[in-house]
Write a new protein. Sequence first.
Length: 418
Amino acid sequence: MVMKEINMERRKRIVVKYGGASLADHERILKAVTAVAKEARKGTQIAVIVSAMGKTTDLLLHAAKNASNGKVEKGELDEILAMGERTSIRIFAVALKAQGVESRYFDPSDPDWPIITDDTFSDASPILEKCEKRIRQFVLPLVEKGIVPVIAGFVGRTLDEEITTLGRGGSDTTAFILSKALGADELILVTDAEGIMSADPKIIGKPKTLRDIDVDTLVGLADSGTKFIHRKALRYLDPSVRVRVINHTYGNFNIEGTLIKGALSTELDVSLAIQSPVTSITVVGRGVSEKPEIVKELAERVKIYAPLLGLSLNYDSIILYVSEEGDSKSLLEEIHETILKHEETMAMSVRKNLAFLRVKGVGLEETPGIIGKISGTLRLNGINIFGLLTITSSILLFVDWNERERAQKLVKDALQGD
């Protein structure tokens, strides 16, 4: 008997998340629904996550707090705030049906609701294992049948079936978790911007759209107050899922936008940043921070001879951290010549044979006393810190090279609570 060959190739699968600005009025909702319907008709498997329409969450928050004189409990407030998303899913599902697309909305009151969280109301954290299991059990079968699930972002439910909200970046958190559990090829975040911008368009007149950006750099923007995507959400990003940020105004998913690359380390950890010793060069003087040309000249001198690993600056000193892999003797002579050239700079000191340690991981900024924990354990064990910098969700430490292995173990144990 001749067996007919069956094409088992899986169809393209995407998750689309619409932010509140993308659903602010009936015209934007219609444009969003039309884009989803058009893609579904191509045979693409789609799951949709929606935020509350426009400023609905803010309006609900202000109304609840003002009406109760600020005495509303967090659990009660989460019930109220969730109504924005619970309304959006119903409208979106009805609109899809009107365009002939079969869909089903998921509400936190449903027995098969997928996003299960702890009971930290107003800032709940998903219980990832339970979320992924329920997504595969209840959402994935619909997606595979070509039915479009519409899921409320920002909202969760405890094991005791109380409604929670996920805090800042909550809808993005839902989107990242869902896309990983569904094995999505791509997650598309639809916003009111052209993508991730070189600056906040509310502050800068003509920022540039970035074609791509890695997650570590994106977290650095979040640290600076420009929260394109909140770091709490980024911890759930899976590197196997392609993530794009696009503008809602085009009404389709084929525009370029910004591609987000990589993923954050899931746990706090410490590592040796480079495998060779480091030198710190301290330049002292008066008003050196007010002379950017001096800083520029010193940095350019360093660049000729060795990688510049870090820089610390205040009114009367500049500290340069430099790899010892280069021509250290020539570099120090060049730095000295620069010091003698400017009246603001007076002298220099050099400390060699340092180890450069980097502490990184999700939750670094949200862990109170982390620097004290690190410095405390090193102090109690007689290890001096010769430099400490914080930048883009990292803590940079410089200790004696001969103490590098012991320091790394001590910091690691401190981070893990040992």
